[in-house]
Ligand binder design. Sequence first.
Ligand code: FAD
Length: 350
Amino acid sequence: MLQSSAQTRATENSSNINPTPHISVVGAGIAGAWQALSFAKAGYAVTLFDRDDEAMTQATSHFAGGMLAPWCEREAAEPVIMRIGIRSLDLWREALPDTPFNGSLVVAHSRDRSELERFAKMTTEHQRLDAEGIAALEPALEGRFREALFFPDEGHVEPRRVLPDLHDKLTKAGGTIRFKTECNPRDLAKDGNLVVDCRGLGARDQEPNLRGVKGEMILITTPDVQLARPVRVLHPRWPLYLIPRENNLFMLGATSIESEDKSVSVRSALELLTAAYVVHPAFAEARIVEMGVGLRPALPDNLPRITIEKNHISVNGLYRHGFLLAPALAELTVNFVQRGLIDNEVMQCS
Ligand SMILES: Cc1cc2nc3c(=O)[nH]c(=O)nc-3n(C[C@H](O)[C@H](O)[C@H](O)COP(=O)(O)OP(=O)(O)OC[C@H]3O[C@@H](n4cnc5c(N)ncnc54)[C@H](O)[C@@H]3O)c2cc1C
């Protein structure tokens, strides 16, 4: 049903690009990894390039939380994010059936109850939980909060595991990956190949309106708290979240600051660490493993865009939602190349 609603927004375009024998995808972050894999699965010969090495530590995707939360995101994002995000959930399930879909929990302390009410009003597909319901879902949080919202259909991935998984799937599907290879998509397109440009902030030569939105994160570890799902802590000034990862790790995220500075401020570190302590006092004894910053690639309207110009297709502006949107954006690109379908909300042809 959701897929058909996406199709109602699609129109046929007679000037579609015919299938080409070879597709070059530039940028192996979450956008490029999904584009390359989707084209390879559709039968195209694909080469994926990235200037970084396999660890991908320079990509924004390396620092992400990996939440797949289309209903929670509706609190602050446009409806198109939810529409494309919901379609992506199915694609994640298909490609990586082990993806955890344990839902998301949204909590607030009693003094911030109005924030929880506001969040409930702005979103759908949630259940209200009382203290008992919270403890049943997350025993570690027993007695910590009186009320919560539970979004049962949401999921999350671990970006530093899922990127290599997607790259691996690409090679298994017949694609090639070239790391440590910087390229100019325009030059690749001159050979007549179809090029999908997923360079994130590296694409400023093409998209001068791109800006980076700073997101700080902290990784901590403790064996004393177990959580099964992301927990969002609402607060009037700093709504933050905690995401459980393997081996007793937790990611605390994330600030959102209009700056391209790549260092973590004392203020942000204090706020992120306080959020963890607010969720459970045992986090006070956790150890800090890493502090990091990713710059989210954003266009002026903070919405994703697929721009099609002859045999150069640019996929960018994934902003706060790269993991949520990348699978369905890749599906839209493949649909365009194969059948000329255009999703009027996110695609622009020139
Ligand atoms: C702290 C934080 C938390 C986040 N949490 C979430 C979340 O929970 N859920 C969610 O959906 N999103 C989240 N995001 C947003 C998400 O991380 C981004 O939307 C996404 O990573 C953008 O992906 P991308 O592939 O467009 O860019 P990138 O990941 O930056 O990838 C671009 C790649 O292009 C390569 N490149 C650039 N120029 C060239 C060139 N000339 N030649 C070759 N390679 C090149 C770069 O090396 C890079 O690897 C978060 C972001 C941050 C910072």
